[in-house]
Each structure stands twice: as C-alpha cells, then as structure tokens.
Design a binder for this molecule. Structure first.
Ligand code: AMP
Length: 395
C-alpha cells in the first residue's frame, strides 16, 4: 500500500495535529515505561524542525470509556514528554471546545500543545463524524503516528482524515514498509513462527500466513492441541478441545499448499504451572501423564533454528513457552537469538514476542520490532487497518 508520509506534506507555518500513542504504563502518576513516547520523537522533532510549525498532540490513555477520569489524564505524561522533547509543553484541558480553540489560536510557532485524552469522549471510539470534525479544527494538517490503534476506526485515527490533509508519521511508515511485503510478495523462503497461549487467538493469522509462507513453525501453548490432533500424548498441557477441527484444518491446508509445518519434538515440562516448578526434560514428542509442556526443548530449538537460518523473510508472533517464568524462558530466548542471527528480513509482531525480544535484548538485531500488538496481528491476518487505509496516496 502506498501511503502519504509526513515528508509529502508542506508543513511550513502550519499547525500540525499529530495522533500519537502515549498510552503508557503509569504508577503513582509517573510514567514507568516511556518507550512509546520515545518512539514518537523522530516524527515530532522532524515536524518541529520545519519552519513555523506548531505541534498539537492527541492520544488516548487507558480505557476511561467516555468519562473524564483523572487516573487516565494525559497530564501525567506531560513532564516526561517535556524532558524528552527538551521544551515546554502546554497541557490543554480537553481535546475539543472553546478553551482548547483559544490555546491553539494564541499559540506561536515552535509551541507544543498536548490535548487531553480523546477517550474522555465516547464519540472517539464510535468514530462520530461531528467529533472528528471538532478534532480536525485543532490543526491544518493531520499526521498519524499511532500504529497501536491503527486497526481501530476511531475519530482520532480515521474520522479526522476526512477533514484535513493527512499523512503517516515515521513510525507508521516503518510498520507499513516491513509488513506490506510480507502480505503481498515475501521473499522466499518465508518462515512464519506462531507461538503464544491459544490456537483460538491465532487462527486468522495462521490461515493468512499459510497462503504465502514456505514453513510455519507452531510452538507455545497452542502447539499441544496440534500435537494431540497429530496423535501424540500431551499430558496436562494446554489443550483447546473446541479447536481440534481448526487445528486439523490448518494441517490439511498446509499439506494442500505444500507448506512445511514444524511442531515441537521435545519439551521442558513441569508438574505444576508455576514459576518455582522444577523443569522436567522430555526427550520425546509424547508428553507423559501428569506433566505440563512449558517450553520447547533443545532438539526443537535446533530443528526450528535450521529453518530460521535459511529464511529470506521471517515473521514471529507469540512466545515459544511460558517465557515470563525464567526456568521456562530458554526456548524463547534461543529462538530470539536465532531470529536475530537470520540474514533475511526479520519482523517481530505481537505484544508478548515483542516483550520477549525487548526483555532479552535482541530488539536492535531484528529488522523490525512492531509497536502494535493487536494492530500487527490484524495486519498479518490480512485485515484492513482503517487508520492506515485512510492515509493511502490515491485518496
Ligand atoms: P499470546 O498473547 O497469545 O501471544 O500468548 C502469550 C502467552 O502465552 C504468554 O503469557 C505465555 O506465557 C503463554 N504461553 C506460552 N507457552 C505456553 C505454554 N506452553 N503453556 C501455557 N502458556 C503458554
């Protein structure tokens, strides 16, 4: 998809309304993880460097469900934003209305204004056209850099584009640059790794990937339903009875399309699902009664690793095991390392696999680590992302 980017807009002297993702974790009114604020900085500083620009920032924070709730106020984000931008930020009392209008009207080039949480208005998530028009009055051009909400047609992500010249910021531009080839014409061999807890949340993505990938690696909690369907014993491992047919359909479709499926061939198990549980290594595919599959074993790491090393393009969504428990994180760490070593184009998308590569320090060695959990999953499923479609060039 060819989208307009911030560089396609003439920003000179303009009031630039930017949708950012400042939905950051907070504790006691303080930002505990500023990754998302930092991620927006390249776009924000680029805009501020253009002559005579004013920055008007809007975002959501948490789920206030259309009500004004202090614990979801973006006021809490302002101090960290000021530190990172190195300038003063004016906090607006709302995101629309006469007071906001006055602040923007009297603003000067170089000023940065942070609007209050757009989700304090229920019209935001309903993509109400009047509300979107009111938001649009805050600027002369609109730039969307919030990939995390691009899969939602909300007033601040989609509605507003009907009222202002619109473009993507550098974050969304990068997401599109890496995801689009995987959806249209991935370099082969294209290896897809799908892990995580449940078959149910990954069916869409597996079905979509099967139409294009060369090999599909299935691991994590969801692998056991596949192993059981294939005829192996899985002990007390995670099993989704309602998705037995789905798993069989995925295996059948892979066969029909000539896609190689790789499942775990050995396991690290535990007697109970706990961080303190002792690891029990099971060298076979079969898991004996009384044990829970918690992670992939060394033979599996080797088998997955040899396919990963030959990939020309690769996407990974979902951890290989219960990586939050240190004892059972080794499989995920090893696969993150193999992905980092892969010479092809590597993309990691989805909340927990992103958390894993960040936690274990591999993010800089991966070509693209997505900034959106749900958005990247829907993108990979081949679904339309309204916030991105709205920025299409031919619009
Ligand atoms: P998802 O959000 O679907 O990507 O799932 C991520 C979650 O899957 C993480 O919290 C992991 O702990 C969990 N997970 C991975 N492997 C297993 C497993 N073998 N058994 C249970 N949960 C798992």
């Amino acid at each position: 998809m060819n989208i307009k980017t911030v560089k396609d807009l003439d920003l000179t002297g303009k009031k630039c309304l930017v949708r950012v993702d400042f939905n950051v974790p907070l504790k006691g009114g303080l930002v505990t993880d500023d990754t998302r604020i930092k991620a927006a900085l390249p776009t924000l500083t680029y805009i501020l460097k253009q002559q005579g620009t004013t920055l008007i920032l809007m975002s959501h924070l948490g789920r206030p469900k259309g009500e004004v709730k202090e614990e979801f106020s973006l006021r809490q984000v302002k101090p960290r934003l000021e530190e990172l931008l190195g300038c003063k930020v004016t906090m607006a009392p709302d995101c629309i209305g006469p007071e906001v209008e006055k602040i923007i009207k009297t603003s000067r080039p170089g000023d940065v204004i942070l609007l209050e949480n757009v989700r304090f208005h229920s019209e935001e998530t309903k993509n109400n056209a009047h509300f979107a028009e009111e938001l649009a009055k805050n600027g002369e051009v609109y730039i969307n850099d919030a990939f995390g909400t691009a899969h939602r047609a909300h007033a601040s992500t989609e509605g507003v584009t009907h009222f202002l010249p619109s473009a993507a910021g550098f974050l969304i531009e990068k997401e599109v640059k890496f995801f689009e080839p995987l959806l249209t014409n991935p370099e082969k061999p294209f290896v897809a790794i799908v892990g995580g807890a449940k078959v149910s949340s990954k069916i869409g993505v597996m079905e979509s990937l099967l139409t294009r990938c060369s090999s599909l690696i299935i691991a994590g909690g969801m692998a056991y339903t596949f192993l059981k369907v294939t005829g192996y014993t899985i002990g007390n491992s995670l099993f989704e009875e309602d998705f037995v047919k789905t798993a069989q359909d995925v295996l059948d479709k892979a066969k029909e399309k000539g896609v190689e499926i790789l499942l775990p061939i050995d396991h690290v198990c535990a007697k109970e699902f706990s961080a303190e549980a002792s690891p029990v290594y099971i060298e076979s595919v079969d898991i004996p009664a009384g044990l829970i599959g918690m992670d992939i074993g060394p033979k599996t790491i080797e088998s997955f690793g040899s396919v990963i090393s030959k990939a020309r393009s690769l996407v990974w969504n979902g951890p290989m095991g219960v990586f939050e428990f240190e004892t059972f994180s080794k499989g995920t760490v090893a696969i993150a390392e193999k992905v980092a070593e892969c010479g092809g184009i590597t993309v990691v998308g989805g909340g927990d696999s992103v958390a894993a590569v960040n936690k274990f320090g591999f993010s800089t060695r991966i070509d693209h680590v997505s900034t959106g959990g749900g958005a990247s999953l829907e993108y990979l499923e081949g679904k339309t992302l309204p916030g991105i479609t709205a920025l299409k060039k031919e619009k």
